[in-house]
Design a protein around this ligand. Structure first.
Ligand code: SAH
Length: 211
């Protein structure tokens, strides 16, 4: 199943190209990844629509356009080791794991993490380390990371993630509550530059006990 682009997946990749995603590796990774595997069977027929969909526990799998856009930004510095915060369904992790040598991913809801792990194993993706924990803290032992992607909206940029970002590293993160901005932050030694990419809508990066 892995690596075989279906007609619907190819059509989705084509529509993302039309929407402005030009990185061919990213488009290929999306075309080759069966998104229905990351959804409940009842939602499978919507897998190749360019929309966010529920994955249980009040969480969502992101819209393919946003997955592609964030991945494109994250790859700009050709990262070797990448951290993802918010494993969720594992879909974004699958895309990243096909494009970078090493992926570390953190999730605070155990049941989602277990399911995601199984799916990614079934897709023969073995370059992923999973952590059950609080993404606000990043994953200090595994850092520094060449790039970091946060797939839930933070009220502010978590300090720990800035600390764990390598020099010239790229952090892609939605920030805000009702109105959220997708930020691209780049590290230059001890300083950081930040640029607003576009407005987005994500579930919140929860601040609290693990679920
Ligand atoms: N990347 C996911 C998107 C999932 S939605 C995918 O492709 O499906 C965001 C995820 O972030 C949810 O699974 C949610 O449980 C997780 N999350 C929210 N706050 C978190 C936190 N503080 N630490 C770790 N994960 C968090």
């Amino acid at each position: 199943m892995n690596g075989v682009a279906t007609k619907s997946a190819l059509n989705l990749a084509r529509s993302l190209y039309d929407a402005g995603i030009k990185n061919e590796d990213v488009l290929k990774a999306l075309a080759d990844t069966p998104r229905e595997m990351f959804l409940d069977a009842a939602l499978g027929h919507k897998a190749y629509e360019n929309t966010a969909l529920p994955i249980g526990q009040g969480q969502t799998i992101s819209q393919p356009y946003i997955v592609a856009r964030m991945t494109e930004l994250l790859l700009e510095n050709a990262p070797k080791r990448v951290l993802e915060i918010g494993t969720g369904s594992g879909y974004q992790a699958a895309i990243l794991a096909k494009l970078v040598p090493e992926l570390c991913t953190v999730e605070r809801i155990k049941s989602l993490q277990i399911q995601a792990r199984l799916r990614l194993k079934r897709l023969d993706l073995h370059n992923i380390s999973f952590k059950y924990g609080d993404g606000w803290k990043g994953w200090a032992n595994k850092g520094p990371f060449d790039s970091i992607m946060v797939t839930a909206a933070a009220s502010s940029v978590p300090e720990a993630l800035l600390t764990q970002l390598a020099d010239k590293g790229v952090l892609v993160i939605p920030v805000g509550d009702e109105s959220q901005q997708l930020l691209k932050v780049v590290r230059h030694g001890d300083t950081f530059s930040s640029e607003v990419v576009e407005m987005v809508r994500f579930v919140p990066l929860v601040n609290g006990e693990l679920a």
